[in-house]
Design a protein around this ligand. Structure first.
Ligand SMILES: Nc1ncnc2c1ncn2[C@@H]1O[C@H](COP(=O)(O)OP(=O)(O)OP(=O)(O)O)[C@@H](O)[C@H]1O
Length: 236
């Protein structure tokens, strides 16, 4: 059975013009991400990972090349279409959790469920990241890892088709980072959400179905993991 390509990017480039200087963040990247898979985008700082993820998530547009999300060509979409695409299909998790400090964990999740088409219950989303008991706590009462898990609950509460995570463990110690990765892997497994995680940490790549390595704005390799390692046995 052929798997559906959720994303298809063909020869995308991204050049930033900084005054006189041109920064070529992506130099001809082509890739496919398949339905339900867990992909790690691995690369050193500055290799173009965030630029690529932002383009897939409709937060940015490439300078040239095409990107499709299923049958929709993101590169032919206007801002309004990209906004709807993000709202209806994409969950984002960033390195810094961006929770609203004056709202409880549950209220932070409900910010999203209130505007989504077919959201899950906010407490069920918190349950998936094992934080139902902390639903009425404010971000300041939660540890960094717990705040990141609230951010994951918020991202998945709208039942997105894809979950895009940019260095989700970048601000966390190893033990806490592993708990956060376990939450992401559980969501991928349980809900079948196509998941891409950016990291510069090769150890984290071991938990993926496929690892796409980026170097200097280009794809340096694509590897399928024959065995997926569970997050709780990783260490770095
Ligand atoms: N808005 C921008 N304006 C100018 N240059 C940018 C911009 N965003 C990214 N770049 C440049 O593009 C290149 C790729 O950046 P990008 O953030 O995609 O890399 P990355 O692999 O995600 O790095 P990191 O792991 O450090 O976040 C870098 O040289 C960066 O300085």
């Amino acid at each position: 059975m052929t798997k559906t390509a959720v994303f298809r990017a063909v020869d995308i480039t991204k050049t930033y013009q900084m005054g006189e200087v041109q920064v070529r963040a992506l130099r001809g990247v082509s890739l496919e991400l398949f339905e339900g898979e867990f992909v790690v985008l691995l690369g050193a700082s500055g290799s173009g990972k965030s630029t690529l993820l932002n383009i897939l998530g409709g937060l940015d547009v490439p300078t040239s090349g095409t990107v499709h999300y299923l049958d929709n060509e993101l590169t032919a979409s206007d801002q309004g279409m990209l906004t709807r695409y993000r709202r209806d299909h994409v969950g984002f998790v960033f390195q810094f959790y961006n929770l609203i400090p004056s709202l409880t964990a549950r209220e932070n999740v409900e910010l999203i469920t209130e505007i989504a088409d077919s959201p899950m219950d906010s407490l069920d989303a918190l349950d998936l990241v094992d934080l139902r008991e902390r639903a009425d706590h404010f971000p300041a009462q939660l540890s960094g890892g717990e705040q990141q898990r609230v951010a994951i609950a918020r991202a998945i509460a709208k039942n997105p088709d894809v979950l895009l995570c940019d260095e989700p463990t970048g601000a966390l110690d190893v033990k806490t980072g592993i708990v956060v990765l376990e939450a992401i892997a559980l969501i991928n497994r349980k809900l079948g959400t196509t998941t891409a995680v950016i990291t510069h940490n090769a150890e984290i790549a071991k938990m993926a179905d496929r690892v796409i390595s980026l170097s200097n704005g280009q794809i340096a390799g694509v590897e399928k993991n024959t065995t997926k390692i569970q997050a709780n046995v990783l260490s770095w």
